[in-house]
Ligand binder design. Structure first.
Ligand code: ACO
Length: 328
């Protein structure tokens, strides 16, 4: 019998974006037909976003997750049959139930291993990675697929210019495996439900009807202020836990909500601007998918190399937030 691994390590990354890319100018033209005024200049200046991808109406979160998972498995050199845990973070699941993770499992052609969804909105991938790390270190799994997949276009109010220009669709995935060397060095998770109203999709399903408003609501400036503060605190916590300093961080891969929040976090941590991995300009905010999407982009373009120290950070509805520090 082989000994239980003491650590978990990312062995592969993958991502997928639906093919339809919508620039700010295209979105502004579509919104103008509804009488909603916005511009490329406003969106770029306030958010850094230049384009996002929107999925076709028949595409589900598990479809995007399947493509991202296949790419992650290929990059890890693993077959789907070797996966013994699926944790999928999403706020836009295929159905009320069963979980999108079980639908993904079936689409991957496997059965038997535990598969579940995790709902922490834009912090979902950080939560999912921390849970999978714990399950690997306690011997419940050896080869986990950790996925973030979102179709935020489905819950956007295209009559609300303060939110509909910010979000996009996509999926990202990593393969996380047991390892004798780290790997994941430290994790830090938090939530505070007192702030649930500043970012929410309050509708629900009851008696065969949608009750309440099923579209996203956000108090942007309130989210902005909270986000910058909690992201810095969480980053410092994982660095302290791992006995590392800001100077040890090679790459900051934060949740891609707004370039100003991301640059603000990097500045507070005294990280050089070139250490910040930013894809928000091309993807918009893809919620739980944004961190694994950005990580995959930076791995595939050669920035993130084996052995680099990477700081992942998420913040989102709930309010939830957290960080993961890892040696790649
Ligand atoms: N186009 C043109 N004008 C706009 C638009 C738009 N799309 N949206 C808002 N405006 C206007 C407002 O009406 C306001 O006009 P006024 O001054 O005449 O009243 C003006 O622009 C400024 O609005 P603010 O909301 O104060 O702008 P701010 O600089 O705060 O930027 C933004 C708004 C981009 C939403 C910012 O607050 C932000 O990014 N917040 C954080 C959002 C975030 O991180 N969300 C994701 C969290 S993750 C999750 O869980 C989903």
């Amino acid at each position: 019998m082989t000994a239980q691994p003491r650590h978990s390590r990312i062995t592969g990354t993958g991502s997928f974006l639906p093919p339809r890319r919508v620039t700010n100018a295209e979105l502004a033209a579509e919104l103008a037909q509804r009488g909603i005024e916005t511009s490329d200049e406003w969106i770029v200046e306030r958010t850094g976003i230049r384009a996002r991808h929107f999925a076709a109406s028949d595409v589900t979160a598990s479809d995007l997750a399947l493509e991202a998972s296949r790419h992650a498995l290929e990059s890890a050199g693993r077959k789907a049959s070797e996966v013994d845990l699926i944790v999928l973070a999403t706020s836009t699941p295929d159905m009320v139930f069963p979980s999108t993770a079980t639908i993904l499992q079936h689409k991957l052609g496997i059965a038997g291993c535990p598969a579940f969804d995790l709902q922490a909105v834009c912090s979902g991938f950080i939560y999912a990675l921390a849970v999978a790390d714990s399950m690997i270190r306690t011997g419940s799994a050896r080869c986990a697929l950790v996925v973030g997949s979102e179709l935020f276009s489905r819950i956007l109010d295209f009559d609300d210019r303060t939110t509909c220009v910010l979000f996009g669709d996509g999926a990202g995935a990593v393969v996380l495996e047991g390892s004798d060397t780290p790997g994941i060095l430290a994790t830090d998770l938090h939530a505070d439900g007192a702030h649930r109203d500043i970012l929410c999709t309050p509708g629900t399903v009851a008696g065969g009807k949608v009750l309440g408003d099923p579209l996203l609501k956000m108090d942007g400036p309130a989210v902005f202020k909270l986000a910058v503060h909690v992201l810095e605190a969480s980053a410092r916590k994982v660095l302290a836990q791992a006995g590392r300093s800001e100077a040890d961080v090679d790459w900051l891969v934060p949740h891609q909500a707004n370039i100003r929040i991301m640059q603000g976090t990097a500045r507070r941590l005294k990280l050089a601007p070139q250490k910040l991995v930013a894809t928000v300009d091309q993807h918009g905010n893809t919620s739980a998918a944004s961190i694994p999407l950005a990580l995959d982009v930076a791995c595939k373009d050669g920035r993130v190399q084996r052995g680099d120290t990477v700081l992942l950070e998420g913040v989102g509805g709930g309010f939830t937030w957290g960080a993961v520090l890892l040696d790649f």
